[in-house]
Write a protein that binds this ligand. Structure first.
Ligand code: S3P
Length: 174
């Protein structure tokens, strides 16, 4: 059985639109942990939006900020929602596994599509990206997300139900 490490942290991974932030917030509420949104932390530290960081400095710089933000989380008792691309760097996996239990929030393309198409905030899924490109990105990442300790499907479920299901499954593992 996968244990939550002694730090008791839970790290949520998944593609854009999987509901990492909303489920993460609800999970933090039902588990009594503190919620951290890694993208929001980067935006706060940088004083710029993610789209601005991408357009001014490119994706590589954003990925460096992302790894630094992850590395800076030393607290215990956290639920951390990551950005969809965090899984791309092996060093991020070392950091996430050191922090605690890694959960993959899985959703099918129709669910993801409904949430991300037309959203201007996501540089890798904005109007300049074709649906084929976004699906190709999703497919290239699936084996990475599957390296998580546990997977939860979110299709057709509410945020609250997903959070409750996760907490029921993992609460005895700490
Ligand atoms: C990204 C996902 C975004 C954000 C950035 C890059 C990605 O976060 O980190 O736009 O590479 O999938 P969300 O997954 O919260 O949308």
């Amino acid at each position: 059985m996968c244990k939550i490490s002694k730090s008791g942290n839970i790290v949520i991974v998944g593609f854009m639109g999987a509901g990492k932030s909303s489920v993460g917030e609800a999970l933090a509420r039902c588990s009594g942990k503190r919620f951290i949104d890694l993208d929001a932390l980067i935006v706060k530290r940088q004083g710029r939006t993610i789209a601005e960081i991408f357009s001014e400095e490119g994706e590589k710089a954003f990925r460096d900020y992302e790894t630094s933000a992850l590395e800076s989380l030393s607290d215990t008792g956290l639920v951390v929602a990551t950005g969809g691309g965090i899984v791309g760097r092996p060093e991020n996996w070392v950091l996430m596994r050191r922090m605690g239990l890694v959960l993959y929030l899985r959703a099918g393309w129709p669910t993801l599509r409904a949430r991300i198409v037309g959203c201007t905030k996501r540089p890798l899924a904005n109007v300049h990206r074709s649906e084929e490109e976004i699906v190709a990105l999703l497919e290239s990442r699936l084996p990475l997300y599957e390296q998580a300790d546990l997977t939860f499907d979110t299709d057709g479920k509410t945020i609250a139900d997903t959070a409750i299901e996760i907490w029921r499954e993992i609460k005895d593992r700490s």
